[in-house]
Design a protein. Structure first.
Length: 647
């Protein structure tokens, strides 16, 4: 969802920028917290695991002036094993009057634990498809931020739903947890005349019932989880746009905006950027995932936004319009969150971290690198306001709404980790990996977990990312760097990188370290150093005398209190040449700075006898007798001697 503070652009006053963006971030996070400030009482319900939902038809009757709903929900499902009953998640506040299967009344019971237990007339065998129709009514509960709210805008009644993470069961019988998606849905909304009803997918019909009410029918033909199904009803004003790149492979699709009349003028102005953003996302990732239907915005009454599939529910700002950052964030979820959905709340960063980073990419694309750098700097400040905290949640944290929707960790740290992966892999590998992830038949319009993303990024780049994910996703904290640069010979400089960690759970953060060297004439050159060991030294070519050094000038990695200084100590090349493994059994490897060229090596036994000569950095020594040896290493920078043991 949205919880972002990155979107106020072109603000020259730093303190004002920080205050404004932090407020927007807080509003966005709060909108996504939805169902409770406290520990969530909903726990994964194993009683719903024995069937798969294939279809929902919701026939709902509502009045935006009344906190009440009545309806009939028909669900088609396939038994995953032989079953004699079917359990739905449904709030105890809602009364069920009837359950039918193919027209026959069935018995049912309530467990008192927000469950509806339906007794089947006979055993339903594995892989058998059947359906159930549930008639119910009542006053939906409105815990926390409210799953079902009947309130007012400018004195006019408005009704809206917001079910993430566990609120769908508060207004309709469903399968609540992240283990299933309906392949398609039909939503019929009956409401008083003078209103407009909104839901997922395309509106297929609008019928005046002749009794002061109308019925609006929406159909959504893509897989969807329960928490992304939504309705809204009020006197909406409709404003239409068009998205898509307009090619044979990428035709146009409608963008439909549902706005309060009193904010319509401002909102029409604010959504003008929507086609440009959605076309940008299509050009970078894959085509808009629901382009056979629509995209759009629907104004609702809680601060922030919610990425309901095909129609993001949005709140206008103080000026009456939506912020560009909010539009970009919610739209980004259509790819990351709606097409590919996190498979557990422990993996929520796969939704929120991505949406946050996509909105940051919008800043880069439309406003340039300086604005992008400022945005990343704001995220880093938020992340490093505490020395602890992981992107990935523990089991206990996954039951805490405030932790699930942590602006600091789930949103900002998740986004900056993606930026660091982009830096490490390079744009071609990074974006190809994301395209493959979005198009993978196992995850597209289904669920994915963090290892699934890692696998695709590794496949695209050829890199092993286990250490990176362990440090940055599963563990806590961030590195603090101490960087020293010194001129060595003309045209070269030595950069030494030392690191400490903010949290003892990570002993060392491996990865790319950006450093900028500058000269007296305004010269500058950037380097991306691949740090693998603490105290590592790098010899770099530099076409000027170095007079200054800075760490991470583009704010690409998470760090705090890092320092960069210019030194003049002599470069110790001998200590930078290392042998590994030592002792060795088969191959002896020589590691040296990139700008040092190996000419040859000569190995001597303990008696001083020459036993092997090689031009290789990986020397096969398996045939040597066990014992102590010395090696003479001849390089472009001189001759060096080391010892090793063959065992």
């Amino acid at each position: 969802m949205k919880k972002y503070y990155l979107f106020l652009l072109f603000i020259s006053c730093t303190s004002l920028f920080a205050q404004s963006t932090n407020k927007e971030l807080e509003e966005l996070v709060n909108a996504e917290k939805k169902s409770a400030f406290k520990k969530m009482t909903f726990i994964t319900n194993p009683n719903t695991y024995d069937y798969d939902v294939t279809y929902h038809r919701l026939r709902l009757t509502v009045d935006p002036a009344v906190q009440y709903i009545s309806g009939e929900v028909t669900t088609k499902y396939i038994a995953k094993q032989a079953i004699s009953s079917v359990t739905f998640d449904l709030s105890d506040a809602l009364d069920v009057s009837s359950v039918k299967q193919r027209g026959s009344e069935l018995t049912f019971s309530r467990s008192g634990n927000n469950e509806l237990i339906i007794n089947l007339p006979a055993i339903q065998n594995t892989n058998v498809l059947d359906s159930l129709s549930i008639t119910y009514a009542g006053v939906p509960t409105s815990s926390g931020f409210g799953s079902f709210s009947a309130v007012q805008h400018n004195g006019t009644p408005v009704l809206w739903t917001l079910s993430e993470p566990f609120g769908a069961m508060e207004w309709w019988p469903c399968k609540q947890d992240l283990n299933d998606k309906a392949n398609s849905i039909d939503v019929y909304i009956t409401a008083p005349n003078g209103n407009v009803a909104v839901s997922n997918g395309l509106q297929k019909s609008l019928v005046d019932n002749g009794n002061g009410t109308f019925t609006s029918h929406y159909k959504h033909n893509y897989p969807i989880p329960a928490y992304l199904i939504a309705i809204a009803v009020t006197d909406y004003q409709i404003y239409n746009q068009q998205g898509g790149l307009g090619t044979a492979e990428s035709p146009y699709f409608p963008i439909i905006n549902y706005m309060y009349p009193e904010t319509a003028d401002a909102n029409i102005a604010s959504v003008a950027v929507t086609p440009d953003i959605i076309n940008f996302y299509e050009s970078v990732f894959v085509p808009y995932p629901f382009r056979n239907e629509k995209y759009g915005h629907c104004e609702f009454g809680w601060g922030g936004g919610m990425e309901h599939t095909t129609v993001s529910f949005m709140t206008a700002g103080n000026n009456g319009g939506y912020s560009r950052g909010l539009i970009a964030h919610e739209m980004g979820h259509q790819w990351f969150g709606d097409k590919v959905t996190c498979g557990s709340w422990k993996d929520i960063w796969l939704n929120e971290g991505f949406a946050t980073y996509l909105a940051s990419m919008v800043i880069q694309h439309f406003d340039g690198e300086t604005a992008f750098t400022n945005n990343k700097s704001s995220m880093i400040t938020s992340i490093t306001s505490s020395t602890s905290g992981a992107v990935y949640l523990t089991d206990a944290e996954a039951l805490d709404v405030n932790r699930i929707f942590s602006g600091r960790l789930t949103y900002n740290k998740g986004a900056m980790v993606l930026n660091m992966l982009r830096l490490k892999l390079g744009d071609p590998n990074f974006f190809q990996g994301l395209k493959n992830y979005l198009n993978d038949a196992n995850f597209a319009y289904a669920y994915a977990l963090t290892p699934d993303l890692q696998n695709h990024l590794e496949a695209a780049s050829g890199m092993n990312l286990t250490e990176f994910f362990n440090d940055w996703i599963y563990k806590q904290g961030y590195p603090i760097f101490n960087i020293t640069a010194a001129n060595t010979t003309p045209g070269q400089a030595r950069i030494t990188v030392n690191q400490s960690q903010s949290n003892p759970l990570v002993s060392f953060f491996e990865g790319p370290v950006p450093v900028r060297l500058t000269g007296t004439g305004g010269q500058q050159q950037d380097y991306l150093l691949d740090l693998t060991t603490n105290g590592q030294q790098f010899l770099v070519n530099v076409p000027f005398t170095v007079t200054g050094v800075s760490f991470d000038p583009k704010k690409d990695i998470i760090s705090k209190n890092s320092t960069a200084t210019l030194g003049n100590s002599k470069f110790d090349l001998e200590s930078s040449i290392t042998l590994y493994p030592n002792p060795t059994t088969s191959v002896l490897n020589i590691e040296m700075p990139n700008l040092v060229t190996l000419k040859k090596t000569v190995i001597y036994n303990a008696l001083g006898q020459k036993v092997l000569e090689s031009p290789l950095k990986a020397i096969p020594v398996g045939l040597l007798a066990n014992g102590m040896y010395s090696i003479q290493i001849t390089t472009s920078e001189g001759v060096f001697h080391k010892n090793f043991i063959k065992k």
